[in-house]
Design a protein around this ligand. Structure first.
Ligand SMILES: *Cc1c(COP(=O)(O)O)cnc(C)c1O
Length: 403
C-alpha cells in the first residue's frame, strides 16, 4: 500500500529537524517544469528547488551523466586528480573572468571559501590587521556561522551571537554608503548582483562598476555571490556579465549541476594564488559524481539554447506579471532579470503562495511581501500562460476578500 502524504508528514514531524516551515506537499517525482506529490497531483514548479532546477527536473543529460558515472566512480579523494572536476573547471574558466576554481558542496561553503581567500590574500599582501568585508543589507550568503556573519539581516544572527567579527553592512545600491564604510581594515566587498532572498533587488545601473572602481582604488577584492543568479538564471551565463564589470571572485552552487549538490568558488589567478596546499579543502568537493553532472548541466546550458529561452521567456513572464500587477491594487513593482522575477505586494504574500499551491502552482515569497518566480529556464510559453491563469484566479480571490 502506498504511503499517503498525510502519513509521510506525520512521520517527518517526529524525526526531521524543525528548521523549515514546510508546505504540506510531499514531493515524489519531477519532470521538466512539473512536480508530483504522493497522491499523483501535478504542480507547475515556478520555484524550481529555489533556482536549482534551471534545466527542469531530471533533465535527461544530467540523468544520463549521473547514471554512467555512478557505475564508474562515485567518490575518490582530492589527493588524486579527477577528470570531470578538471573539465568543469575548464568550462567555468573559459566562460568567465576566472582562472582557478575551488570546489565544495553548497553555496554557504563556496562563500566560506571566498571569505577565507580574501582574508588570506589580504594577510599575505597587506599584513594582518586588514580583514573587514563589506556586504549589503538584505543580502543572503548562507547559514553557517561565517555566512550568517556576512549576511546583512539581523534576523539570521538572532540567538547565534557572537558571530564572526569583521563585517560591515551597507544599503544595496548606495555607493556613497559603501565608500564611507571603507577603512584601513577593509579587505573585500561581497555582493549579490541581484539580491535573491532579499526581495529580488537588481543592482542599479552603474552600481557594480562604481563598486569595482572603489575596490581598485583601495586594493579590495570584489566577490560576487552568484549562488542564486549565476548559471543562466538572468539570461546570461553569469549575472555580472550584464554589466561592464568583473569580480575577483565569484561563488556558485544551486543550479551548477542541474540538481545535485555542488558549490564552486571561481577566482582570478592573482586572488587564487593565496591558497596553497593545506589552506583549504573539502572531502566531497568536486567529487566525480557531482562534477560529471555539472559538466553535463553546464554544457546543456551553454549549447542547447537554454539562455536564449531564458531571455525570451523572462520577457514574456515579466510582461504578464506587469499586466497582472496593473489590475490588482495591492500588487506593485515587478522587478528582476531574465527568469528571476519578483512582484512586490502591499500585503503579506504567504496566503497567495498557499492558494496558488492548492491550485497547482508552486511559487514562494521573499522578504515577506515579494512573490518570487524562478521557473526552470526551459519553461514554455504555454506553461507560463497556465501559471499566470492560476495566479490571476488567486489574486482575484484576494481582491474580492479585501473588497
Ligand atoms: C542559496 C544561497 C546561498 C546559500 O546556499 P546553500 O547551498 O543553501 O548553502 C548563498 N548565497 C545566495 C545568494 C543564495 O541564494
Amino acid at each position: 500500500m502506498n504511503t499517503t502524504s498525510e502519513q509521510w508528514i506525520e512521520r517527518g514531524d517526529k524525526h526531521i529537524a524543525t528548521t523549515y516551515g514546510r508546505y504540506p506537499l510531499v514531493a515524489v517525482k519531477g519532470e521538466g517544469c512539473w512536480l508530483w506529490d504522493a497522491e499523483g497531483k501535478k504542480y507547475l514548479d515556478f520555484l524550481a528547488g529555489v533556482a536549482v532546477n534551471n534545466l527542469g527536473h531530471c533533465h535527461p543529460n544530467v540523468v544520463k551523466a549521473l547514471q554512467k558515472q555512478a557505475e564508474t566512480l562515485i567518490h575518490c579523494s582530492n589527493y588524486y586528480h579527477i577528470p570531470s572536476q578538471i573539465e568543469l573547471a575548464e568550462i567555468l574558466c573559459n566562460n568567465s573572468f576566472g582562472d582557478r576554481v575551488f570546489f565544495c558542496n553548497s553555496g554557504a561553503e563556496a562563500n566560506e571559501a571566498a571569505m577565507k581567500l580574501v582574508r588570506k590574500h589580504s594577510a599575505d599582501n597587506h599584513g594582518n590587521d586588514r580583514f573587514e568585508v563589506i556586504t549589503a543589507l538584505a543580502s543572503f550568503h548562507g547559514r553557517t556561522i561565517g555566512t550568517i556573519s556576512a549576511t546583512g539581516q539581523d534576523a539570521v544572527r538572532k540567538g547565534f551571537t557572537p558571530v564572526v567579527p569583521g563585517f560591515k553592512y551597507v544599503p544595496f545600491g548606495d555607493i556613497e554608503a559603501m565608500a564611507n564604510a571603507v577603512s584601513e581594515k577593509t579587505c573585500a566587498v561581497m555582493l549579490e548582483p541581484v539580491q535573491g532572498e532579499g526581495g529580488v533587488n537588481v543592482a542599479p545601473a552603474g552600481y557594480l562598476q562604481a563598486v569595482r572602481e572603489l575596490c581598485d582604488k583601495h586594493n579590495l577584492l570584489l566577490v560576487f555571490d552568484e549562488v542564486q543568479v549565476g548559471c543562466g538564471r538572468t539570461g546570461k551565463l553569469f549575472a555580472y556579465q550584464h554589466d561592464d564589470v568583473a569580480p575577483d571572485i565569484m561563488t556558485l552552487a544551486k543550479a551548477l549541476a542541474g540538481g545535485p549538490p555542488i558549490g564552486a568558488m571561481v577566482a582570478t589567478e592573482t586572488a587564487a594564488a593565496t591558497f596553497v596546499p593545506g589552506t583549504h579543502g573539502s572531502t566531497f568537493g568536486g567529487n566525480p559524481l557531482m562534477s560529471t553532472a555539472a559538466v553535463a548541466a553546464m554544457n546543456t546550458l551553454i549549447n542547447d539554447g537554454v539562455l536564449d529561452n531564458c531571455v525570451a521567456m523572462g520577457a514574456y513572464l515579466r510582461d504578464k506579471l506587469e499586466q497582472l500587477s496593473q489590475r490588482y491594487s495591492f500588487a506593485g513593482d515587478v522587478r528582476g532579470r531574465g527568469l528571476i522575477l519578483g512582484m512586490k505586494l502591499d500585503i503579506p504574500g504567504a496566503d497567495i503562495v498557499n492558494a496558488a499551491m492548492a491550485k497547482g502552482l508552486l511559487i514562494n515569497c521573499t522578504a515577506g511581501s515579494v512573490l518570487r518566480f524562478v521557473p526552470p529556464l526551459i519553461v514554455s510559453r504555454e506553461e507560463i500562460d497556465t501559471a499566470m491563469e492560476i495566479l490571476d484566479e488567486v489574486l482575484s480571490a484576494i481582491n474580492v476578500e479585501n473588497g
